[in-house]
Design a binder for this molecule. Structure first.
Ligand SMILES: C[S@@+](CC[C@H](N)C(=O)[O-])C[C@H]1O[C@@H](n2cnc3c(N)ncnc32)[C@H](O)[C@@H]1O
Length: 429
């Protein structure tokens, strides 16, 4: 436990904020702000790691100082479920889009255009305003901040909020009930999500029966993959050049986000994106026309044997964390008959670090993802030893792997040969 005093934390905040401000002003970059026209993400580039470290130090120290000054009782009481209610209502009733970006609307006008009760509009928005989503320039008048503006202009962000509140939040609220009903289950249909949906199906089966929900979930994932530490720049870190004119099968590749990035960097590679039928149905529309000849979509259930034989790489980005060990072993074994000598299984996934290794706000995000995996699929994030056990259980005699530290999602390559090369990248050291 960090025992820094309030004044020590204030010093950390002051020293590191000065570093960040100096960096931004010396380069003519905008100061952080929630003004409607302010940049909507951090302007610190990835080639300034010392400034990113200063940013993390300020975020951690600020949160810690807040908690200290609240004191244990008010701190515990600051965990409130209502945080998500206003977010859910804003997206569900399309409140953000009803207000012009640089204009204003009264509560009455918003209630009319969204067909809502005026009192409900007022209380929802005034709650959101405490979180810097919208503001009230004059009594009864609502205008955008940079955060609410994102919900209008960035469909990935509105889908992220929609999926978080309509899907994940509902699943979370039933997860303890699922733990009571199905103790220690590894089954993807014995979850908080299944109970919340009054279903005996897994999340992917439920979503695949509803085009709107499936598309929103896919788009929300895309928003997440562009967040710090998860963005697609990390897919370049594997030595793709060595495959030259090879074929990459992106298993569970969704709408082909990762392949689109790779195809534009490596013109010799061909890609087959496999996913569930309802997902690949939307995939081809997401790929830029100039890349469409090299990116093919194919419906395939990875719980069944791999039909594309002799590809150079079978790529799994963010797949294994969705499945319990029992199913990950099955997914790996389903590949083995398709593998030619020297083929690689490249896994781009999280590796959980020991507690306290990451800045707390980043660790919280990974631990939270681990809980989301429980809520949705009875699956999990894994530490290095957990990965090791998984590969050994799948096929100890043929699958070998090694781990190389880096930044971003983990890369784990498995080659079916004696000199296996495995690259893994650890999230933000
Ligand atoms: C977390 S997303 C990862 C998507 C993509 N690989 C990426 O990095 O953005 C998991 C993907 O697995 C797909 N999926 C789930 N079950 C599947 C199955 N049985 N067979 C094939 N794909 C599946 C989902 O539709 C979803 O697109």
């Amino acid at each position: 436990m960090d025992t820094s005093s309030a004044s020590e934390l204030a010093t950390i905040i002051s020293v590191n904020t000065a570093k960040i401000t100096e960096y931004l002003t010396s380069r003519g970059l905008a100061a952080p702000s929630f003004h409607v026209d302010a940049p909507n993400r951090s302007l610190i580039p990835s080639d300034a790691p010392e400034i990113e470290t200063a940013r993390s130090a300020v975020i951690d120290a600020t949160l810690q100082l807040r908690d200290l000054l609240l004191g244990p009782k008010e701190y515990l009481m600051s965990f409130t479920h209502d945080w998500l209610l206003s977010m859910q209502a804003i997206v569900r009733f399309q409140i953000a889009t009803s207000i012009p970006i640089h204009g204003e609307k009264s509560f009455t006008e918003i209630a009319e255009s969204c067909s809502l009760d005026e009192l409900d509009v007022r209380r929802i928005l005034r709650h959101a305003m405490t979180k810097r989503i919208f503001y009230e320039p004059r009594k009864g008048i609502v205008a955008h901040t940079a955060a609410s503006r994102l919900l209008v202009e960035d469909s990935q962000m509105s889908d992220w909020v929609g999926a978080s509140t309509d899907e994940l939040w509902q699943a979370a609220s039933q997860t303890v009930n699922a733990m009571v009903k199905y103790p220690g289950s590894q089954e993807p249909n014995e979850t908080g999500f299944a109970i919340a949906n009054n279903s005996d199906k897994s999340v992917f089966e439920v979503l695949s029966q509803d085009m709107f929900r499936a598309k929103r979930f896919g788009n929300a994932m895309k928003a997440f993959t562009e967040g710090t530490g998860f963005d697609l720049q990390y897919v370049d870190n594997y030595p793709w050049k060595e495959i030259e004119n090879g074929t990459v099968v992106d298993v569970g590749g969704s709408h082909g986000f990762a392949c689109t990035k790779l195809a534009s960097s490596f013109p010799g590679l061909k890609f087959i994106v496999q996913d569930l039928p309802s997902v690949v149905a939307n995939g081809a529309n997401s790929v830029p026309a100039e890349l469409s000849r090299r990116i093919e979509f194919m419906a395939h259930d990875f719980l069944k044997e791999q039909p594309i034989k002799n590809a150079d790489v079978y790529f799994f980005r963010w797949i294994f964390h969705n499945w319990s060990d029992k199913y990950c072993i099955q997914i790996l074994r389903n590949l083995i008959p398709a593998l030619k000598n020297g083929a690689c299984i490249v896994i781009n996934d999280n590796v959980l670090l020991k507690p306290g290794t990451l800045p707390n706000w980043r660790e919280e995000r990974l631990r939270s993802m681990d809980l989301t995996m429980l809520e949705l699929q009875n699956s999990r994030e894994r530490e290095l030893e957990d990965w090791e056990k998984l590969f050994a259980a799948a096929d100890k005699s043929r699958l070998e792997w090694k781990h190389i530290k880096g930044i971003g999602l983990a890369y784990i390559t498995i080659l079916l040969s004696r000199f296996l090369q495995i690259i893994s990248r650890i999230y933000y050291i």
